[in-house]
Design a protein around this ligand. Structure first.
Ligand code: BG6
Length: 478
């Protein structure tokens, strides 16, 4: 099929994606409480961020001020409108609404901030697409309850969700519950457990068990929120958010193929529960074999059935590969191998546009639900010229190649795709490293890793390129 000249379906949601803690700043303003993102220091390429016990005045925390979207959002949203955005994905910082997470009443100043910000989007016909928990939760819930290791947090999350669903029921249609809930599959990484679940493992604890228990509570919380959301506004579309990294067998050796299949099951069972409303049998068998005494009640199982998601939101940056290890259980921290057919970004992320078409078809065949690509992009070092231009042809190439595969999935394979909101449409603080220098944006922000800079915004070459993609509804992409 000749793709050039053909447009995406009418109403396709082109836009961009960010998360509250990575761009807002204003970490202690207007009653906001401390979030888990506020106790993470800056790292570097290959060096993890430290998680400190509260705020250490000798450390630098890049999320505290981020790019000051909290005060500059009208200017930023105007730039998104200039690019032609139809959708803007961001998250609500739980700590602006419930500073500690366990209060009786929400913080009105926090609610008002999102009211005003959503109004600014709607003024330009941009739909807010909202994640409830994007890698953050009130730090108080971590200190007092141990984060998602506690069942009590389900109620606090559901209360938070209910408050914002009611408040924004006429402003927001598309919601997602937990960002990249399946990243904690890499449970040996303290970063993954902390950002997904606010968990700091204690010496001698079994991280794998901790991860499964926390994920279970999150899935129950998500399902309860979905059910309540639909009662508040039956038009709500509430999705999950999965980090999609297809896992390929390194060779066609049957044992490599079988192992890759188990790796996919291990990384994506979260989506099975979100979409199907029940646990896959292989995982229940795994809990039994490992003697994991899971706290899963009959009421929980009922909730899971009642709160199935409306669509699958997912991020896509890279694919993984694995080979037979002589055992069936996949350990994400150890079992990945380099795919010799794919080049990696400067941060080691294996760039694989064809994998996006594969992923879209995989999700489509498995769940028969609408899909929404809510993150995709290239983290790269950008150079700004003396006349304030950024010639980011590498980013344009990355996006062009991914959109081309996405187009094949939609037009040739018949996948039902709602939209495409590339990550970090404006430069922001990287989640994994806390760096500003790992830039994804189509808008450059003058800020360095140490927080210095004028915070001025400049349009990159990719800004004009994406503006044209949206204007032509993707028809010039071949
Ligand atoms: C996803 C997250 O993992 O990837 C975002 O949902 C994150 O929060 C993005 O920023 C890119 O990762 P990083 O570490 O390069 O910012």
């Amino acid at each position: 099929m000749e793709l050039k000249g053909q447009a995406f379906p009418d109403g396709f949601l082109w836009g961009g994606a960010v998360a509250a803690h990575q761009l807002e700043g204003g970490f202690d303003q207007d009653g906001k409480g401390l979030s888990t993102a506020d106790v993470m220091t800056i790292g570097a390429n290959g060096i993890s961020r430290k998680i400190t016990d509260g705020i250490d005045p000798n450390e630098f925390y890049p999320n505290h001020n981020a790019i000051d979207f909290y005060h500059r959002y009208p200017e930023d949203i105007k730039l998104f409108a200039e690019m032609g955005f139809k959708a803007f994905r961001t998250s609500i910082a739980w700590t602006r609404i419930f500073p500690n997470g366990d209060e009786d009443e929400p913080n009105e100043a926090g609610l008002k901030f999102y009211d005003d910000m959503f109004d600014e989007c709607l003024k330009y016909g941009i739909q807010p697409v909202i994640t409830l928990s994007h890698f953050e939760m009130p730090y108080h819930l971590v200190k007092k309850y141990g984060g998602w290791r506690s069942r009590k947090v389900i109620d606090y999350f559901v209360k938070f969700a209910t408050v914002v669903f009611k408040r924004y029921k006429n402003k927001v249609k598309y919601w997602m519950t937990f960002n990249e809930i399946n990243n904690q599959t890499d449970y040996e990484s303290s970063h993954a457990l902390f950002t997904d679940s606010g968990i700091i493992p204690k010496p001698g604890e079994n991280n794998e068990k901790l991860m499964y228990q926390a994920a279970h509570y999150e899935l129950v919380a998500s399902a309860k929120a979905v059910k309540i959301g639909h009662e508040i506004n039956p038009d709500f579309q509430i999705g999950c958010m999965i980090a999609m990294t297809p896992i390929y067998p390194l060779t066609s050796k049957p044992k490599d193929v079988l192992f890759a299949q188990r790796a996919m099951q291990t990384r994506f069972w979260f989506a099975d529960v979100h979409a199907n409303g029940f646990y896959p049998k292989w995982l229940l068998n795994h809990f039994a074999e490992e003697n994991f005494e899971m706290d899963i009640t009959n009421n929980d199982l009922e909730s899971l059935k009642e709160g199935r998601v409306d669509y699958i939101g997912f991020s896509y940056y890279m694919s993984f590969a694995v080979k037979d290890t002589g055992k069936l259980e996949y350990n994400e921290s150890h079992d990945r191998v380099d795919n010799p057919y794919i080049k990696a970004s400067e941060w080691g992320w294996q760039v694989d546009p064809v994998g996006l078409r594969y992923a879209l078809n995989w999700f489509n065949d498995r769940y028969h639900l609408p899909l929404f690509i809510v993150e995709n992009g290239l983290g790269a070092v950008d150079k700004i010229t003396s006349d304030k231009k950024v010639h980011d042809d590498y980013r344009i190439e990355y996006m062009n190649n991914h959109i081309s595969e996405m187009k094949k999935a939609v037009l040739e394979d018949g996948v039902d795709l709602i939209g495409y909101t590339p990550w970090g449409c404006i430069d922001l603080v990287a989640a994994s490293t806390g760096q500003m220098s790992k830039r994804y944006g189509m808008i450059y922000v003058d800020e360095q890793d140490d927080g210095t800079g004028s915070l001025e915004r400049y349009r990159k070459d990719s800004f004009y390129w994406f503006e044209n993609v949206i204007k032509t509804n993707g028809s010039e992409i071949g």
